[in-house]
Design a protein around this ligand. Structure first.
Ligand code: PLP
Length: 392
């Protein structure tokens, strides 16, 4: 049976031109096509595979957990060791204000839960989010994405959402005593990797504290060492009231979480079962996520992020590009024109490199590889990238 035919005929398609490569297996920073071709995963499955594909310790944790049990009961009823242990481990690494963890299945769901929690805790109904932010594709998360193309196609969406420009200090007064929460990515990912201006996250924190608004950091892309610290909030020295995680949280398995203090989280008990998920915190995902986190910590993967970032920048400095934006191993390489980027991506796959563009930036390509990438692999990759950039 022709798999490509099955893929195109029976699997829902949302893109007119999916990459459409059949991958047979993946290991470390590489994915291997059914035709034997090797692809360097320059984007870690979009910021997921921080410890690389199929890390032996993650695979072992999955094996061990599946030999005991998989799904048992809806979230939060039975004591399931992988959930309890992972929650405690995360809490031990987070500030004390962020020590209560609600596991869900995905990033969109984590943001849905976080905004629900903020509305319930503050008794307010208004939400503020940033222009050019991406928080997910479910109806609530999409309501927090100020993009007419997407929003107009799916109205009606959540009411009372107001938007501010990321890094615009003058718009902070839009956050008022009516605002339940501000949801923000500390580094905007899909906008094409936009860093916070000096003092911006602090000013946001201050305005939220003044108005009794809960500050939510969406660290779904920036978490788990990508910026050289376990979380971006450490990198920028600002603690939110609620933190949302997904992507690398599951070590390659589906997992999301929204995290707050116990005092805030407790409002989900009224009404009882204020937030329910069947599969959230799946024990196999939690076992995999915990194993991946321990690899990040014990192999000290965060320590070399900065030097690897510098190496990418240095090696690409004489390439025909306009700029490289970003921090740590979350980088955007600006090519200037959409047609150039389209050609570049096509050539990248032809030359065995998997990368992509950003939802709100079609002139840059993404570099967010597994943190385990070595200097030699960076050198090999950049050599190929440079020759492709030249031909694009
Ligand atoms: N938030 C951010 C910053 C993201 O980058 C993404 C996904 O790309 C999401 C939320 C949504 O996560 P998911 O696709 O797991 O629902």
């Amino acid at each position: 049976m022709n798999l490509r035919h099955l893929f195109l005929t029976y699997q829902a398609q949302t893109s007119p031109s999916p990459v459409g490569i059949e991958i047979e297996r993946a290991e470390g920073i590489y994915m291997y096509g059914a035709d034997g071709k090797r692809y360097t995963d320059l984007i870690a499955g979009v910021s997921v595979s921080a410890v690389g594909h199929c890390h032996p310790k993650v695979v072992e944790a999955v094996r061990e957990q599946t030999s005991k049990y998989m799904h048992l009961m809806v979230y939060g009823e039975f004591i399931q060791s992988p959930q309890a242990r992972y929650a405690a481990r995360l809490a031990s690494l987070l500030p004390v204000e962020l020590s209560n963890i609600y596991f869900v299945n995905s990033g969109s769901e984590a943001n849905e839960g976080a905004v629900k929690l903020a509305k319930r805790f503050t008794g307010r109904s208004e939400t503020v989010a940033c222009n050019r932010a991406y928080h997910g594709s479910t109806q609530g998360a999409m309501s927090l994405m100020n993009d007419r193309r997407f929003q107009n196609a799916f109205r009606p969406l959540l009411p009372e959402v107001r938007f501010i420009d990321f890094n615009n200090f003058e718009q902070l007064p839009i956050i008022t005593e009516q605002t339940a929460c501000v949801l923000v990515e500390p580094v905007q990912g899909e906008a094409g990797v936009i860093l916070p201006a000096k003092g911006y996250l602090q000013a946001l924190r201050e305005r939220c504290s003044q108005t009794g608004t809960l500050l939510i950091f969406d660290e779904i892309q920036t978490g788990f060492g990508r910026l050289g610290k376990l979380f971006a909030m450490e990198r920028y020295g600002v603690v939110p009231d609620i933190l949302t995680l997904a992507k690398s949280l599951g070590g390659g398995m589906p997992l999301g979480a929204f995290i707050a203090s116990k005092a805030i989280m407790n409002v989900l008990q009224s009404p009882a079962l204020g937030h329910i998920t069947t599969f959230g915190g799946h024990p196999v995902s939690c076992a995999a996520g915990l194993a991946a986190l321990e690899v990040i910590l014990s192999d000290n993967l965060m320590k070399s992020v900065e030097s690897k970032s510098r190496l990418f920048r240095k090696l690409l400095s004489d390439a025909e590009i306009e700029e490289i934006r970003g921090d740590g191993l979350l980088l955007a390489v600006e090519l200037g024109k959409p047609e150039r980027l389209a050609k570049f991506i096509e050539l990248a796959y032809q030359n065995g490199i998997a990368t992509d563009w950003f939802l709100f930036n079609d002139t840059s390509f993404r570099i967010s590889p597994p943190l385990i990438i070595t200097s030699q692999q960076i050198e090999e990759t950049c050599q190929t990238l440079k020759s492709i950039i030249k031909s694009s």
